[in-house]
Each structure stands twice: as structure tokens, then as C-alpha cells.
Design a protein around this ligand. Structure first.
Ligand code: NAD
Ligand code: MG
Length: 298
């Protein structure tokens, strides 16, 4: 599918409503199998040198929001390393191809971020391959719905915490000694931090934690010239959703509750990350930028 962007696109109709079938796939979902397919900006994102010479590590950069961010960063002039699960190699290859087409270096780092040691290995790998690091995007995430806390498996609770919170801590800690002044850290939180879904108790909890982590760390690192911010997406059409992210019955109307009346596409998130990564946002510190299609946030 080809998506383009025109100057006077109406945001309501820029993309059609996403009306997927009530089908679930195994986790992790894959963009290469997503029905309907999503837009990562392959045919629309135009860079203008806003990240020239930068070196970025994007976790979960194989698909969804992370893929759109990785592609946009490359088109803005950054070399980009992405972390993803080995089962997502096909998606990662597509993103690497896009990064290379933009004339930038792509570094592929498959592995499991719930393993503490791998977080350090991933940062070392990115540092070696890129020759440094000055943008870290903690974006990998796990979201499995469960309508009854009594049925929420202990393992799921632990893995959601480890994927969404612990990995962010270990990756950031490993990267910090290498980040120069002017570097930026961007964490992906969610509208779920403010409007937690009853079926996403564990996930929503992690997203509120990511907001607090972002603001606390921002205060700590700002005097060193390192800015920490977050992006809070609303309902975005990515492989996270049909891989048990939502009850299947909710999928056909996914995103209709927003003011725009439709789900967002990953490509609509990328400009927020580019803005926060680039020096043009130099006075933006500890902020959570909401990209929610109009779902209210504090
Ligand atoms: P996605 O499935 O495309 O991306 C999530 C990625 O996380 C996967 O591609 C995978 O590579 C990575 N990941 C998960 N567990 C991992 C592990 N153990 N080790 C290594 N990598 C792992 O879906 P997405 O929606 O683009 O998600 C990106 C971020 O956006 C997540 O943090 C998610 O919580 C957040 N978010 C998504 C939405 C939405 O509606 N899609 C809304 C708000 C926030
Ligand atoms: Mg993926």
C-alpha cells in the first residue's frame, strides 16, 4: 500500500479507519503480517537534515512506532541501531533496508531485553558499530490484555514490568557514561498512563512509571546537557494490538474513541520523536508529548 502526505490533508481522513477482523496472532506480532498494513512513512517522510551525524539506538525499532522512528531518524541524517526479538528478523530487515536507502548505517541487534545482561550487550554493540551514541529511544514494549486480575499470570506481570520498565533502566544506565552533552533520551509511554484500560492493569502501571522515570531523570541529567522526554501515543495501528494487546472484539473499532475518530498510524508518531531528539527542542525537558488523536491528557 502507498501512503503519501499532502500539505492540506484533513487529519480526519488522512488515513482510513482501521477495521481489522477479530483475529489474534501470537506475540510478538509482525508488521509483515499485519492486516490491514500500517504506514511507517516509507512513502511520505521527508527529512531535512535535523539529525545530521547523530547516532541513535531505537528499541523495538523493527515494527510499529519504532520502525517509523528509525526510518525518520535515518532520513534526518542519523545512523540507527535497532533492537528487536529474533522472531522479528523479517520486519527488522525491512527497516534496515529503509535506513540504508536513506544513505545511513543500519545496525541490527536481535535479542531479549527482559534479560538484564542483554541490555548492556545491546548498548555496547550499538556503541561499537555506530562509533558512539547520542540518541536513545526506549520504545520496546509488552502489552497483553487480561480482564481479571485473579487470572493475570505472575509471569506476564513480571515480563511486562521487565520489558517496559526494567529494560529502560538497564539500557539507560549502560548508555549514560557514553552520552555526550546534547544527547537525548526519549521513552515511549502511553495515553494508558492517564486513562488506564480496565483490561490493561499491568501495562498501564508501567506506562505511568515511565512518565515518572522520565521526569525524575530529566531533572537529574539536564544540568549535564542531556535531555530526557517521553512520547505518549494514543491508539496506534501496530502489531502490538492484534497480538493479544486488545480483546479481539475491540479490534474492529480500534481507535474510534479518539476525537479524530480513527486509529493513528506509526508514521504520525515519528515527527514527535524527531522533534524531541533534535536540538530544536533544546528547552523541552521532562515533557511527555501526547500524540493521541485528541484523547485528553493532563
Ligand atoms: P510493536 O509491536 O511494533 O513494537 C513493540 C516492540 O517491542 C516489538 O517490535 C519488539 O521488537 C519489542 N519488544 C517487545 N518485547 C521485547 C523483548 N523482550 N526484547 C526485545 N524487544 C522487545 O508495537 P508498537 O505499538 O509500535 O509499540 C512501541 C511502543 O509504543 C511500546 O512501548 C508500546 O507500549 C507503545 N505504545 C503503543 C501504542 C499503540 O496503540 N500501538 C499506544 C501507546 C503506546
Ligand atoms: Mg515488532
Amino acid at each position: 500500500m502507498t501512503w503519501t502526505q499532502n500539505t492540506f490533508d484533513n487529519p480526519v481522513t488522512r488515513y482510513p479507519k482501521v477495521e481489522p477482523p477479530e483475529d489474534m496472532v501470537a506475540e510478538p506480532g509482525r508488521d509483515s503480517e499485519l492486516d490491514p498494513p500500517a504506514d511507517h512513512g516509507e512513502d511520505s517522510y521527508v527529512g531535512s537534515g535535523r539529525l545530521e551525524g547523530r547516532k541513535a539506538l531505537v528499541t523495538g525499532g523493527d515494527s510499529g512506532i519504532g520502525a517509523a522512528v528509525a526510518i525518520a531518524f535515518a532520513r534526518e541524517g542519523a545512523d540507527v541501531a535497532i533492537v528487536y526479538l529474533p522472531a522479528e528478523q523479517v520486519d527488522a530487515n525491512h527497516v534496515a533496508e529503509q535506513i540504508e536507502k536513506a544513505g545511513r548505517k543500519a545496525v541490527l541487534i536481535p535479542g531479549d531485553l527482559t534479560e538484564r545482561a542483554f541490555c548492556g550487550v545491546a548498548v555496547e554493540h550499538a556503541l561499537d558499530a555506530l562509533g558512539g551514541l547520542d540518541i536513545l529511544v526506549n520504545n520496546a514494549g509488552k502489552q497483553i490484555f487480561c480482564e481479571d486480575l485473579a487470572q493475570l499470570p505472575d509471569d506476564q506481570f513480571e515480563l511486562t514490568m521487565r520489558t517496559n520498565i526494567h529494560a529502560m533502566f538497564y539500557l539507560t544506565k549502560a548508555a549514560l557514561p557514553h552520552l555526550p552533552a546534547g544527547a537525548t533520551i526519549i521513552n515511549t509511554t502511553s495515553v494508558q498512563a492517564y486513562l488506564p484500560g480496565a483490561q490493561l492493569v499491568d501495562y498501564a502501571t508501567t506506562k505511568a512509571a515511565i512518565n515518572a522515570f522520565t521526569k525524575a531523570l530529566a531533572g537529574q541529567l539536564a544540568p549535564k546537557g542531556i535531555r530526557v522526554n517521553a512520547v505518549a501515543p494514543g491508539p496506534i495501528w501496530t502489531p502490538l494490538q492484534p497480538s493479544q494487546g486488545q480483546p479481539p472484539a475491540k479490534l474492529p473499532k480500534f481507535g474510534e474513541q479518539t476525537a479524530l475518530g480513527r486509529a493513528g498510524q506509526p508514521a504520525e508518531l515519528a515527527p514527535a520523536y524527531v522533534f524531541l531528539a533534535s536540538p530544536e527542542s533544546s528547552y523541552v525537558v521532562g515533557e511527555t508529548l501526547a500524540v493521541t488523536g485528541g484523547m485528553p491528557t493532563p
